[in-house]
Design a protein around this ligand. Structure first.
Ligand code: FE
Ligand code: FE
Length: 348
């Protein structure tokens, strides 16, 4: 008796973890044949056309070695009815995943539903960000990663280099979590005001301000994925405090993906910890991030006032407040912050 499975998923794009799960299930269920069938996904910018999706699915099929794997572009109900007629008496399985359940059409009683385990999987949304940052390769079959790059899918685009301010804002907003957008725009506007006040380059301030948290949507493990993707070796502080990594990874993305100039890149690099010998733009981004209009904590008014009177004093206050908080929470303080404060105290 033939044992046939249909594996339905959004496959945007087909990814190693889901293919491995499907392969494992095919083995467990003793399938002779597995059919990969794409569910319609969201139409994100850069999402592939159906023909491109099927091309990638055919590549994905080659990575599953536990049975014969084919692909199917038809709707699920249609494919199911066809298989029922082709293989009367066959044992039929429908493989799905918990997050796709609401998109699955009801099938006849011949189909045994197998929900694949929902374990620690990189969410689709994060995969799209990693692709935009050119770091999705470790999560995809190599042929599919190549195809995505060649066809500029999922936000993988050279057009991110040297964007106009309007376009930069659009792209940044599409890569942030919605609850971070106001902060980032507030930081940009504040940075421009401070640049005007202190005679720094306003364009650089604006670009560094809007890009400073560009990788913040990626959680700790994905920050480490990004570093691996960029070939960066991390010191102990970063591996123990992956949250602070977004400054480093943000600067790498600003440089390699957005093609920003070194002044902008460096200002992003040092926006969470500061460092000794900060230049004017670096000070401005550090302080703007701390005091932009959406910030609300005791002491913020003092900081806002100081920022326009004495930028070094504002920087010193910001560093001191951060270090006090880290001490209270028994968290490690970076050497760069300690050196920044010592440098400010020396230069007064
Ligand atoms: Fe930040
Ligand atoms: Fe920030």
């Amino acid at each position: 008796m033939e044992r046939i499975g249909i594996y339905c998923s959004i496959f945007q794009p087909p990814r190693m973890d889901r293919l491995a799960k499907a392969s494992e299930a095919a083995k467990r269920l003793g399938l002779n044949r597995l059919i990969l069938l794409p569910l319609p996904g969201r139409k994100d910018p850069g999402a592939p056309e159906l023909c491109q999706q099927m091309e990638m699915l055919r590549m994905a099929a080659k990575t599953v070695d536990s049975c014969t794997v084919t692909t199917e572009a038809a709707g699920l109900a249609e494919a199911a009815v066809r298989i029922e007629t082709e293989c009367p008496g066959g044992k039929l399985f429908l493989l799905t995943e918990p997050w796709d359940e609401d998109k699955i059409e009801p099938l006849s009683a011949h189909w045994h539903r197998q929900v694949l385990p929902q374990d620690e999987e990189v969410p689709q949304e994060q995969l799209r960000r990693l692709a935009a940052f050119r770091c999705a390769r470790p999560l995809l079959p190599a042929a599919i990663a190549d195809y995505i790059e060649e066809n500029r899918l999922y936000g993988f685009s050279d057009e991110y280099r040297h964007l106009s301010m309007d376009r930069l804002e659009q792209v940044v907003v599409s890569l942030l979590k919605p609850n971070r957008v106001a902060h980032v725009l507030g930081c940009r506007d504040t940075a421009v005001k401070l640049a005007k006040r202190w005679g720094a380059n306003e364009v650089d301030a604006s670009r560094a301000g809007i890009l400073h948290d560009i990788t913040k949507a990626l959680d700790g493990p994905l920050q480490l994925t990004l570093c691996r993707g960029y070939g960066i070796l991390l010191d102990a502080f970063f591996t123990q405090n992956p949250k602070t990594l977004h400054a480093l990874t943000g600067s790498l993305v600003a440089d390699r993906v957005f093609g920003e100039n070194p002044a902008v890149v460096e200002a992003i690099r040092h926006h969470t910890t500061g460092k000794a010998d900060m230049n004017l733009l670096e000070k401005i981004i550090y302080v703007a991030d701390y005091m932009e209009p959406n910030r609300d904590f005791s002491g913020v008014e003092k900081l806002r006032q100081l920022a326009f009177e004495d930028i070094d004093e504002a920087l010193k206050l910001g560093l001191t407040m951060t270090m006090d908080m880290l001490r209270r929470e028994n968290r490690q303080i970076s050497n760069e912050s300690l050196e920044a404060l010592a440098w400010l105290q020396r230069s007064k």
